[in-house]
Design a protein around this ligand. Structure first.
Ligand SMILES: Cc1cc2nc3c(=O)[nH]c(=O)nc-3n(C[C@H](O)[C@H](O)[C@H](O)COP(=O)(O)O)c2cc1C
Length: 333
């Protein structure tokens, strides 16, 4: 199944291998623009036969960057570099998505940082300012503008970053959202819901949402809470939920091969929403097991693709599949 195509809306991926979004912190000019590093890095994985490449967390506002060296999509000036990137990847037969992100209280850029509630992540991080309604509206608009620019840059997929303790995750979790207005309490989903609606006004392609399905804290969310959130995403037309976990508050996580797969499996089974599995998936057999047992629809590979850009070839060998070579590489394949 790993090498079978997968169609979402009008986009067909040639296989089920997804490059997980990974920040490169490579914008040396600190202006959010695509640099040569990004072009080389992503195009290489396309040559390596990854079906879908999801570009790293890309900030919808300068203030929403994790670091000053993040990629950005807050200005029309970002579009041309991103379009060069999508063209390179498309030329190599892969599809390309972009993860739209706002770091919230985990932003380390200079100036004011914002979050649903004025609580720092830990003693080393700054205290964010509680967002006003106007700031909430502006940020939703920034996600919408990011989606519009992603479309102009010819991306195939948009993934909303609602995981890892960044802004949207901070709205979803009761540990970080202590608001008493219509964005808090029972309505913690509202912010994500409005981001999705705003994006849908300008984007009708495949829409993924990455979540942290477990807060690893006694008062935090678990996958059971995310079943409800996933149902709401499904009702809004989200095509796939990319299931990660943690990082909304400091916590010790016992990570082992496939440790997040049961979350993807639970959400898929309970809601019938397609899911992506991610986290310490490193072999073709492991990926095939996840797909064949109906635990997820796509397999996201992170660090293994940093070590080996030709991981799809490695996985194909392991599964006894003849993977077509990029023409210039036939003699060595
Ligand atoms: C260098 C690096 C940067 C990352 N940046 C992002 C990111 O931009 N967005 C995101 O959702 N996850 C990010 N992650 C998490 C990965 O996408 C992935 O979920 C995680 O590494 C677990 O998968 P793996 O065991 O296959 O690496 C990053 C991970 C690494 C190692």
């Amino acid at each position: 199944m790993l090498f079978s195509p997968y169609t979402i809306r009008d986009v067909t991926l040639k296989n089920r291998i997804v490059m997980s979004p990974m920040c490169m912190y490579a914008c040396d000019r600190e202006d959010g623009t695509v640099h040569n590093w990004h072009l080389i890095h992503y195009a290489t994985r396309a040559v390596g036969q990854v079906g879908l490449i999801i570009v790293e967390a890309t900030a919808v506002t300068p203030q929403g960057r994790i670091s000053a060296r993040d990629l950005g999509i807050w200005s029309d000036d970002h579009i041309s570099g991103l379009r060069t990137l999508t063209t390179l990847v498309h030329e190599q037969g892969a599809k390309i998505g972009i993860q739209l992100a706002h770091a919230g209280r985990k932003a380390t850029v200079s100036g004011e940082i914002i979050a649903p509630s004025p609580i720092p992540f830990d003693d080393n991080m700054r205290t964010p300012k509680e967002m006003t309604k106007t700031e909430i509206e502006e940020t939703i608009h920034a996600f919408q503008q990011g989606a519009r620019r992603a479309k102009e840059a010819d991306f195939d997929v948009i993934e909303i970053h609602a995981a890892h303790g960044y802004l949207i995750n901070e709205f979803l979790s009761p540990l970080t959202n202590k608001r008493t207005d219509e964005y808090g309490g029972e309505d913690r989903y509202r912010f994500l819901g409005e981001v999705i609606e705003a994006i849908k006004e300008v984007w009708d392609g495949p829409l993924f949402v990455r979540i942290s399905a477990h807060d690893y804290h006694p008062d935090g969310l678990t996958v059971n809470d995310y079943i409800d959130y996933a149902q709401r995403m499904k009702a809004q037309g989200v095509d796939l939920i990319d299931v990660s976990s943690g990082a909304v508050v400091p916590a010790k996580i016992d990570a082992y091969p496939g440790y997040q797969v049961p979350f993807a499996e639970t959400i898929r089974r309970e809601t019938n929403v397609p899911t992506g599995a991610v986290g310490l998936i490193t072999s073709g057999l492991q990926a095939e097991e996840i797909l064949r047992n109906g635990r997820a629809d796509l397999v996201f590979i992170g660090r293994e693709l940093l070590r080996n850009p030709y991981w799809p070839k490695t996985a194909a060998n392991e599964l006894g599949i003849q993977l077509e070579a990029p023409k210039p590489y036939v003699r060595g394949w």
